[in-house]
Design a protein around this ligand. Structure first.
Ligand code: ADP
Ligand code: MG
Length: 350
C-alpha cells in the first residue's frame, strides 16, 4: 500500500486523544485554565457522571473579543510566545492544545465569557470539531460575576464510538477518578473557593467544596475534605533544599503515630502543579518509616523550583517531570527530612 496523508479531521482526533484520554484529563485542563485566569471562585458541574455534560464556571479575567476566533485552534495560547518563555513560565497551561482537543472529542463546546471591560455584555461562543468559531451571540446581563468564563462540554467522546462505550460502561469509576484528582487542586489552591456538583435525574448534589478566601489554610481544606481525624496535628514543614529549590507543606508527626496504614493521603506538587514523582514519594515514606515503621505519613508537599531547573514536557498531561540533578537533590531532601524529624518532631512530644 502506498503512503498517503490522513484527512486533517482524523489527524486531529488521533492526536487529541493523547492529551484528552479520559474525564479526569478534561477536568484537569479546564480547572488549570480557570486557575491560570486568576479565578477566586470555580464551580464545576457534572451531569450524569459527565456523560451528558461537564461545565466549569469561573470568575477569572475572561476572554478578550480579539481572541475569540483563535481560542480553540491548535497551538493557540495566550501564555507562551516562544520556547525560551518556558523557562520563566508561571501558568499551568502553555501548549494551547486543550480546548482544541476537546472540540474534536465532543459534540459541542460552548464558551460564555465576559471581561471586566465588556461587563455586563457577555458573549456566547460555539466552536466546531476543528476548533473554528461557528457562532457568536452577545447579550447584556444574565451573569453573576464581573468577569469570568463558563465552558460547557456536551457529549464527550460522541465521535469516538469505542471510547464512548468504554466511558459509559465505566462512568462511575471515571467520575470518581476525576473527583479524586480535583482534590489535589482544592487542597493546595487555598485562595480559591471550589464547588463541585453532580446532577443526576434532575437532582443536584454538592460533591466537594472548599471555602477559599485569604484566611483558608491547607489544613482547613484537609479537614473539610477528610474530617478532623489526624489532619489537625500535621507538622508544618519548610525546608530550603538548595539555592533554587524549597520544600514546604504539611506532614504527619511520627511521635503521635498520626500516620495512616495506606498511602492514599499523600499529595505532591511542583510549583503547585499536582505531580507524580514516585522516587520522592518513596523517599518520604522511607524516612518516615525509619521513625515509625508501622505507618505511612499523610502529606501535602509542594516543591517550589525555579522553572528553568526542571522539564515538564515529558508527558502530554504534564504529570511527570525531569528534575535537573535529580539524584543529588533527592539525597539532599533525604538528609534534610531526617534532620527535620530529629529536631522538629521531638519538640512536640509532650
Ligand atoms: P493553554 O492553556 O495551553 O494556553 P488551552 O487550549 O487550554 O491552552 O486554552 C487556550 C487559551 O484560551 C488560553 O491560553 C487562554 O488564553 C484561553 N482560556 C481558556 N480557558 C480560559 C478561562 N477559563 N478563562 C480565560 N481564558 C481562558
Ligand atoms: Mg490550558
Amino acid at each position: 500500500m502506498s503512503i498517503r496523508s490522513l484527512p486533517s479531521n482524523d489527524i486531529l482526533k488521533i492526536t487529541s486523544s493523547q492529551v484528552i484520554i479520559d474525564l479526569k484529563s478534561i477536568i484537569k485542563e479546564l480547572v488549570e485554565n480557570s486557575i491560570d485566569a486568576k479565578s477566586s471562585k470555580i464551580e464545576i458541574t457534572f451531569v450524569n457522571y459527565g456523560i451528558d455534560s461537564i461545565s466549569i464556571q469561573d470568575n477569572g479575567v475572561g476572554i478578550q473579543q480579539q481572541d475569540f476566533p483563535t481560542l480553540c485552534l491548535r497551538n493557540s495560547t495566550s501564555k507562551l510566545v516562544n520556547f525560551d518563555d518556558l523557562n520563566s513560565l508561571s501558568t499551568l497551561g502553555f501548549r494551547g492544545e486543550a480546548l482544541n482537543s476537546i472540540c474534536s472529542l465532543c459534540k459541542q463546546l460552548t464558551i460564555v465569557t465576559s471581561t471586566e471591560a465588556d461587563y455586563p455584555k457577555n458573549f456566547s461562543l460555539k466552536y466546531n470539531e476543528a476548533g473554528e468559531l461557528r457562532d457568536n451571540k452577545s447579550k447584556i446581563g444574565g451573569i453573576s460575576n464581573k468577569s469570568g468564563t463558563l465552558v460547557t462540554i456536551e457529549q464527550l467522546f460522541s465521535n469516538l464510538p469505542v471510547r464512548l462505550k468504554n466511558f459509559i460502561k465505566n462512568s462511575k469509576r471515571e467520575f470518581h477518578k476525576a473527583i479524586n484528582f480535583l482534590i489535589n487542586y482544592l487542597l493546595i489552591y487555598t485562595g480559591i473557593k471550589f464547588s463541585v456538583y453532580h446532577i443526576n435525574n434532575s437532582k443536584k448534589q454538592l460533591i466537594l467544596s472548599s471555602r477559599g478566601g485569604e484566611k483558608t489554610t491547607i489544613i482547613d481544606n484537609l479537614i473539610s475534605m477528610f474530617g478532623n481525624n489526624n489532619n489537625k496535628n500535621l507538622l508544618e514543614i519548610n525546608l530550603p533544599i538548595n539555592e533554587y529549590l524549597k520544600l514546604s507543606g504539611h506532614i504527619s508527626s511520627y511521635s503521635f503515630g498520626l500516620g495512616r496504614s495506606t498511602q492514599d493521603r499523600q499529595f505532591l506538587y511542583i510549583n503547585r502543579r499536582p505531580i507524580i514523582m514516585k522516587n520522592l514519594s518513596k523517599l518520604i515514606n522511607e524516612v518516615y518509616k525509619s521513625f515509625n515503621n508501622v505507618q505511612y505519613p499523610i502529606f501535602v508537599i509542594n516543591l517550589e523550583i525555579q522553572s528553568d531547573k526542571f522539564d515538564i514536557n515529558l508527558t502530554p498531561d504534564k504529570s511527570m517531570i525531569l528534575l535537573h540533578k535529580e539524584s543529588e537533590i533527592l539525597q539532599l531532601i533525604r538528609e534534610k527530612l531526617i534532620e527535620f524529624y530529629n529536631t522538629q518532631d521531638k519538640v512536640i512530644i509532650p
